[in-house]
Design a protein around this ligand. Structure first.
Ligand SMILES: [Ca+2]
Ligand SMILES: [Ca+2]
Length: 224
């Protein structure tokens, strides 16, 4: 069996457990995380949809549908756009923040067919903080509830790591906790921030790399 998952998708826990136990293997392609089971199946059924999917790896089917609001708002300078599964339905969505006038976090929830349902709810503080130069936005499931959240780091005055936790409907709950070291280090020019579950507890964490003086990879492990 082959599972085709978009990057950022939350991998179901049973599948993760099989990966931990070595019952499945995975490989990274440029666009897709491909998880291929090696249990029981050595040859894909000829002509099956799974076989066709495997044969089509590296090719893409394109859609280009009108979406209400979001693409027009995204024209505004300062917006950073990230992908995450913000409502936990297994499909990647889009969210953005960082524009100078924004007090909302627009979210485009994927319908899975190239169309999106858009929300644009006011979120306390986070969109205002995000206006500050240097902040880099990332999406990850920082509390492990199956819905992606947002965080940011890198601003010159930051001593905290702001985060907003998705409620699944376009609204978010905000935290802004002081964190030792990491947000201060992240100010250094060149650092790029990424989210990933670096300790394997199903909650996303943060890592930075790319600064000129760095010989380490700083991590901020989510305790949520
Ligand atoms: Ca979450
Ligand atoms: Ca983690």
């Amino acid at each position: 069996m082959i599972f085709l998952l978009s990057r950022g998708d939350v991998i179901p826990r049973p599948l993760r457990q099989m990966m931990v136990e070595g019952k499945v293997k995975r490989s990274l392609s440029t666009a897709l995380l491909v998880v291929a089971s090696v249990v029981g199946l050595t040859v894909l059924p000829s002509g099956s949809s799974m076989a066709k999917a495997a044969a089509a790896c590296g090719t893409f089917s394109v859609t280009n549908n009108w979406v209400s609001g979001f693409p027009v708002w995204a024209r505004e300078a300062g917006y950073q756009i990230v992908s995450g599964n913000f409502n936990g339905d297994g499909r990647g969505d889009l969210a953005m923040t960082g524009a100078q006038n924004a007090t909302t976090i627009p979210v485009a929830f994927s319908n899975g067919n190239g169309t999106f349902g858009v929300t644009n709810y006011t979120v306390p503080n986070f969109p205002i903080w995000a206006r500050e130069a240097g902040f880099q936005l990332v999406a990850g499931d920082f509390n492990g509830d199956g819905r992606s959240d947002l965080s940011m780091t890198g601003a010159q005055n930051a001593t905290t790591i702001p985060a907003v936790f998705s409620n699944g409907n376009g609204t978010f709950g905000v935290t802004n906790s002081w964190v030792s070291g990491f947000p201060v280090w992240a100010r250094e020019a060149g650092y790029q921030v990424v989210a990933g579950d670096f300790d394997g507890d199903y909650r996303s964490d943060l890592a930075i790399s790319g600064a000129q003086s760095a010989t380490t990879i700083p991590l901020a492990i989510s305790n949520c």
